[in-house]
Design a protein around this ligand. Sequence first.
Ligand code: MF3
Ligand code: CO
Ligand code: CO
Length: 250
Amino acid sequence: MIDKYKEAFEKTRLAGTIAAGALDEVAKIAKPGISTAEIDKLCYNYLNDHGAYSAPLFYRGFPKSCCTSTNHVVCHGIPSEKILKDGDIVNVDVTALKDGWHGDTSRTFEIGEVSVKAKKLVISTYEAMMKAIKIVKDDIHLGDIGATIQDHVEADGFSVVQDFCGHGIGKSFHKEPNVLHYGKKGTGEKIKTGMIFTIEPMINLGKYETKTLNDGWTAVTKDKSLSAQFEHTIGVTKDGCEIFTLSKNQ
Ligand code: MF3
Ligand code: CO
Ligand code: CO
């Protein structure tokens, strides 16, 4: 890695590893009977214990330390006293702010035994993210990422959410470029060595449309179908990319 990018990569790796560590702890308690508020508390404490802040907390008025998006919630679900039950899927999205740099990652957890179709949705979403990450390197187009995700999940009969996208990240939480999870190969901006951004596909079992509830945050599928999401923060290199939000359990 060229010296120019060294600090950004090192700092993002540090923040990303903390965010991933929080999700490893969430994985241990994500069982029927716990509330999403308990997950939030764990994330708050984990980040605090590791010398980091939660970037979502008070971000544009967001009231909690992580997002918990259950079943038909697409993203930005607000942790509450609601109890998770057998068969639910829940995405937990954690962003650590450490020494002024951000690391953003999410996973969808299965609560107890979930339906076959829920399992397929979760697997397809994860595979699509990883497939996209594997094609990332200097000089490819952003559209190559979107097309890879769209082709993968549509072949499985699922749809790509269009109202939310991945994003550049660094000293700011959300910055350019927008990383769409659908599109055409060879279109859009070219990505370059040193760029740091997220890939975070939200994939629906039914139609792709979403709407936002009256709390101003919670985005749900319009047709109430299940939605899954995974997210990694990555840094582009000459021949590939580095995933900053990996954990030992993935
Ligand atoms: N972590 C989310 C993302 O992937 C953003 C959450 S913003 C919040 O970009 F305010 F809703 F927390
Ligand atoms: Co993000
Ligand atoms: Co996120």
